[in-house]
Design a protein around this ligand. Structure first.
Ligand code: NDP
Length: 340
């Protein structure tokens, strides 16, 4: 059973050396007396939230405490096939997605957390992205927290990534004017040509964010879908319109910092009556069934596009995860372990 384990807790920017590949043996059946599912992992998902679990933050740090154990496989949402089950709701051959290990086979002792894949006619890898946790994040964050109205001006950061690419497309479906920022010209071009963004800019080649926002959104922002936090959030606050909503989804610019950026422009939420609301996708899994059907329909009707960044093999997983923090990924980052 080949796996990616955490070698040491991480401080600062993560590196491939913080992880290592180890091989141990696993019995390909659920041990007697246990109600569990043995899952063969097909597609691993690389997600920014894993970074938080790689650290042992100092006491009093507002970021979540570490969950990954040194020497054990990393954990994240993934797509797999049931090999053996003693749980009445699962049988060998079922395709599922949910929390599992970065390893070839995972023993899932809480099978209730797994979700059956209802649209196996679509690429299974989509259940790491558009039909999985990031897709639900985009949908719940925009529709439930942002509550877009026709004609709203929407700004999305990290706009070409797993969450951002869907946020923009859903905002277009809702009748909004949508602008995205991303870290390369290739990504900016994808935003405009593939994801239907009305405008987009490269924040690395145009570091004056205020000028970029003024040019692309001269009348201001009704909804800022924030994936990066830090200075981007700070500047975006200045450009919000009265009654605007800031959907605080993620703060990837802060995940590797020892000291967090202090946002200075919070004051303007008072005179402009802005709602700033954070959310955690974990609170929205009760709407997953509805989301899955709606999204599968959009995909089949060609109403939404998907861009994935696919690498092959367990050995490629550490670099793929680390690459999220320098913007190496173009689209949803995932790792193929096996195709069936
Ligand atoms: P992406 O696929 O967008 O990958 C991460 C991207 O972030 C990179 O490609 C890069 O894009 C950008 N990035 C990396 N470092 C920085 C930095 N220092 N400053 C600005 N941008 C940076 O990831 P996801 O779509 O999976 O996640 C997007 C955000 O959503 C993350 O913050 C994540 O933590 C959050 N999230 C929140 C959830 C919730 O429940 N609230 C659930 C899931 C995700 P670029 O080249 O454009 O810079």
């Amino acid at each position: 059973n080949k796996k990616v384990v955490l070698r040491r807790h991480v401080t600062g920017f993560p590196s491939e050396e913080d992880m290592e590949i180890v091989v141990d043996t696993v019995e390909l059946r659920v041990p007697a007396g246990l109600t569990a599912v043995l899952m063969k992992n097909l597609y691993l998902s690389c997600d920014p939230w894993m970074r938080g679990r790689m650290s042992k933050y100092a006491e009093g740090d507002v970021r979540p405490a570490s969950e990954f154990v040194v020497g054990e496989a990393l954990l994240n949402y993934g797509v797999g096939k049931v090999v053996d089950s003693t749980h009445p709701e699962f049988k060998a051959g079922d395709l599922v997605w949910g929390m599992s290990g970065w390893e070839e086979y995972s023993l899932i002792t809480q099978p209730e957390s797994l979700m059956k894949i209802n649209h196996a006619e679509l690429p299974l890898s989509y259940y790491t992205g558009i039909l999985g946790m990031p897709g639900l994040t985009a949908y719940a964050g925009l529709m439930e927290v942002g509550r877009p109205k026709k004609g709203d001006f929407v700004f999305v950061s990290a706009a070409s990534g797993a969450v951002g690419q869907l946020v923009g497309q859903l905002a277009k479906i809702a009748g909004c004017y949508v602008v995205g920022s991303a870290g390369s010209d290739e990504k900016v071009s994808l935003l405009k040509t593939k994801f239907g963004y009305d405008d987009a800019f490269n924040y690395k080649s145009e570091p004056d964010l205020g000028a970029a926002l003024k040019r692309c959104l001269p009348d201001g922002i009704d909804i800022y879908f924030d994936n990066v936090g830090g200075e981007t959030l700070d500047v975006a606050l200045l450009h919000m319109r009265r009654g605007g909503r800031v959907v605080v989804c993620g703060m990837i610019s802060q995940y590797n910092l020892e000291e967090l950026y202090g946002v200075r422009n919070l004051f303007c939420i008072i005179p402009k009556a802005i709602r700033v609301e954070g959310f955690n996708v974990g609170g929205y899994f009760n709407m997953y069934a509805r989301f899955e059907e709606e999204m599968a329909g959009y995909i089949k009707d060609g109403k939404v596009s998907v861009v994935e960044d696919v690498v092959e093999g367990m050995e490629s997983a550490p670099a793929a995860l680390v690459g999220l923090f320098s913007g190496k990924n173009v689209g949803k980052q995932l790792v193929v372990i096996a195709r069936e």
